[in-house]
Ligand binder design. Structure first.
Ligand SMILES: O=C1O[C@H](COP(=O)(O)O)[C@@H](O)[C@H](O)[C@H]1O
Length: 235
């Protein structure tokens, strides 16, 4: 299990996350002339996105996407794309290409297939990833106990984006979603799991010892995802 790196303040934690992402993106641009980044939605990433958006990078060579999304248009307050546009794709970072997962389509599965094709055209392999985790242990839209979890956590499939139906009997997720699968994280250059608050640390430590077929955190550890875990107690 990777060491949990502890930061005294949210500022220190967000600086460290943003510095590592910026360093990975700069390295990829320098080595290949382009870079691909994927990040989460939710309440965690805003201070990291604010800092990253101010990084001195050749943003015109960087493509930005999401690790997961609710199946809603950007006009919805639940849209992860909206967070990315409002917080990350500002200032110098406005020059980046944005590849949304959501697009209007006949079904969420069709939208997922189109998003996967667009990502493949952009190079496919993620140079660096920012990952959040819910207090129920979900990462991306891999919800413990949900019907699509087993497929999302299957390590031998190709990296792709899948449609995620709502859980049964009101279980999470409450609406349709799109999610990268585990192989997408396995082929990334680096995955930074950004955790805030004591509860999330406890969930991470508990889930790490779980069954990799059922617990997303256990799957990250079992399948050699190149993981940094950065935590601050402050919420
Ligand atoms: O549903 C989601 O939640 C997780 C965690 O969100 P947080 O509010 O606890 O930070 C997030 O990583 C994911 O991208 C999002 O779709």
């Amino acid at each position: 299990m990777p060491e949990i790196e502890t930061f005294a303040t949210v500022d220190d934690w967000a600086d460290a996350c943003a510095d590592r992402l910026a360093s990975d993106l700069a390295g990829a641009v320098s080595a290949r002339g382009k870079a691909l980044f994927a990040g989460p939605g939710g309440s965690t990433p805003a201070p990291v996105y604010e800092r990253l958006s101010r990084s001195d990078l050749d943003w015109s060579r960087i493509a930005v996407t999401l690790i997961d999304e609710r199946y809603v248009p950007e006009t919805s307050p639940d849209s992860n794309a909206r967070l990315i546009r409002d917080v990350l794709l500002q200032g110098p970072a406005a020059a980046a290409q944005f590849i949304p997962l959501y697009r209007p389509a006949v079904t969420v599965d069709r939208a997922a297939a189109e998003a996967a094709a667009d990502l493949s055209s952009a190079g496919g392999r993620l140079d660096t990833v920012l990952l959040g985790m819910g207090e129920d242990g979900h990462i991306c839209s891999m919800f413990p106990g949900s019907p699509t979890l087993k497929t999302l956590l299957t390590p031998v499939l190709k990296p792709t984006v899948l449609g995620v139906p709502p859980g049964r009997d009101g279980a999470a997720p409450t609406i349709e979603r799109l999610s990268m699968n585990l192989p997408y994280l396995m082929q990334a250059g680096r995955v930074i799991l950004a955790l805030k608050g004591r509860t999330k640390r406890e969930v991470y430590e508990r889930e790490a010892g779980g069954d990799p077929r059922m617990q997303p955190i256990a799957a990250l550890l079992a399948h050699a995802v190149p993981l940094d875990v950065l935590w601050t107690e402050a919420n």
